[in-house]
Design a protein around this ligand. Structure first.
Ligand code: NDP
Length: 323
């Protein structure tokens, strides 16, 4: 089968599009014939070596497709089922074996592209707003990279919960997009001071929570945008990993809380997975949540997708069309 992987972590030139043996499902696994694979920033981290894995490092953590075979003891799915999943690596391929408990059924009427586009970034936006900091109406959150894949979903879900959203973005076009998805205030943080904007917006108080996926370049100012006892959620490294800080800094800046979550720990059981994906699929069906699939590439062009994502050219979701 064709697959995209790296043997030596590095730049996009390290990405290989080549044949690998078609995998066989072991006990508790299903073999999925992949139709569409989602592209996520985490794929960049595995490609560059920021996140470690043994070579050959299969890329891709999200897909939609059809179950072709199941291993021993699998009860959740059967051959022929249309399924989607996230957080199992190796989806940039024609086939992948996935722990069967991680596969969710795709509702009738939802196509593979929409299902693949929903899982990883959607469940991330869901856990951040429902579990890491359950957002309440009238609270204010600061969302960085708000026109990105996670960002546009996070803005919409925060608005559904009644919160006010300050959205930072890298360009005027992205600001328009974030506004169109519900942001109350947009800040082009490449030229405007988001900390000052957040203070002004909240009458000097500071925001209740910051959802910061940008990392190194925004971290300290994000802390400075919070109200006393607010929560700093650092959940990504798009500009590089956040350097170490002393706990005393959290005291000095207002008895702040700090967390560094990952979806893997917030979609840790089948119940949790079905809850989050079920909410997302329902909101899509009801028209409450809109997906923005702007960029589609053939599997063989995964390198182009990575280049575009890393150069901040993209908005919304990027997909690799496999089938
Ligand atoms: P995005 O579509 O959001 O793309 C990344 C965006 O980050 C860019 O479009 C850009 O937006 C912004 N950015 C700021 N600085 C840089 C930089 N130096 N280089 C590149 N981009 C930069 O990607 P995803 O939606 O896939 O992921 C968003 C973030 O969320 C990533 O950091 C990812 O790791 C994280 N994530 C974390 C999860 C978790 O559970 N912890 C799960 C899923 C995603 P702009 O131009 O507007 O600044």
């Amino acid at each position: 089968m064709k697959a995209v992987f790296v043997n030596t972590p590095g730049g996009v030139d390290q990405l290989q599009y080549a044949d690998l043996p078609k995998p066989t499902p072991a006990k508790g696994q299903a073999l999925v014939k992949i139709a569409v694979s989602g592209v996520n920033f985490i794929d960049v981290y595995f490609r560059t070596g920021l996140y470690k894995a043994d070579a050959p490092i299969g890329l891709g953590m999200e897909a939609a497709g059809v179950v072709e075979a199941v291993g021993e003891g699998v009860t959740e799915v059967k051959p022929g089922d249309r399924v989607a999943y996230a957080m199992a690596r190796g989806s940039y391929a024609e086939y992948a074996v996935v722990p069967s408990w991680q596969l969710v059924p795709i509702p009738e009427g939802l196509d593979f592209e929409s299902a693949a586009a929903t899982m990883l970034q959607g469940m991330t936006a869901h856990y951040l707003t429902h579990s890491t900091w359950p957002l309440k109406a009238a609270e204010t959150c600061l969302v960085h990279a708000a026109a990105g894949g996670v960002g546009l979903l996070l803005v919409q879900i925060a608005k559904m919960l009644g919160a006010k959203v300050i959205a930072t973005v890298g360009s005027d076009e992205k600001a328009e997009l974030a506004k169109a998805h519900g942001a109350d205030l947009t800040v082009v943080y490449t030229r405007e001071d988001f900390q000052q904007a957040a203070r002004e917006f909240t009458g000097g108080k500071g925001v209740d929570v910051v959802y910061d996926s940008v990392g190194a370049s925004t971290f300290m100012k994000s802390l400075d945008s919070l109200r006393p006892r607010g929560l700093m959620v650092t959940f990504g490294n798009a500009s590089g990993p956040v350097p170490e800080i002393a706990p005393l800094v959290l005291n000095q800046k207002g008895s702040l809380f700090l967390t560094r979550p990952t979806l893997a720990h917030y979609a840790a059981t089948r119940d949790e997975l079905l809850w989050r994906s079920g909410d997302l699929f329902r909101w899509l069906g009801e028209g409450k949540l809109k997906l923005r699939i702007e960029h589609k590439y053939p599997l063989a062009s995964a390198a182009k997708a990575h280049t575009d994502l890393e150069s901040r050219k993209t908005t919304g979701k990027l997909l690799l069309l496999v089938d």
